[in-house]
Design a protein around this ligand. Structure first.
Ligand code: ZN
Length: 119
């Protein structure tokens, strides 16, 4: 239950990052959930194939691996997405709609106008 709750929180964060970086929040959110669930379900199978299904650390390794995949997705959404766009130095208000955007957002979250675009 705790993991589902944490996944919900982290996926919400990833979706917010993706949105602010000009990506598709649904796609990135789905990527995070899918990666996590696939490793959770297939982790035991993989450990079995490696002959480590009786390893006492097996379940822990699966949990760590599934969260690592969420971390990688979060990292990509935060830093790799929208890399080519002009970056703000802090929180910024959109020239177009005056919406106050987060420092990681390279496009206005309200109107999707890119940061630094002359209007
Ligand atoms: Zn705007």
């Amino acid at each position: 239950m705790l993991q589902i709750f944490l996944l919900f929180i982290t996926t919400g964060g990833i979706a917010a990052y993706a949105r602010g970086r000009g990506g598709n929040p649904w796609l990135w959110g789905a990527l995070s959930v899918a990666g996590h669930l696939v490793i959770q379900f297939l982790g035991g199978v993989v450990l079995g194939l490696l002959g480590r299904s009786r390893d006492a650390n097996g379940p822990l390794i699966v949990v760590i691996a599934s969260w690592a995949s969420v971390g990688i997705v979060a990292f990509c959404a935060r830093f790799l997405l929208g890399m080519g766009r002009e970056k703000p130095g802090g929180m910024w208000s959109c020239k177009n709609c005056k919406y106050l955007n987060q420092h990681y957002a390279v496009i206005s979250e309200a109107c999707r106008e890119p940061y630094g675009k002359k209007t």
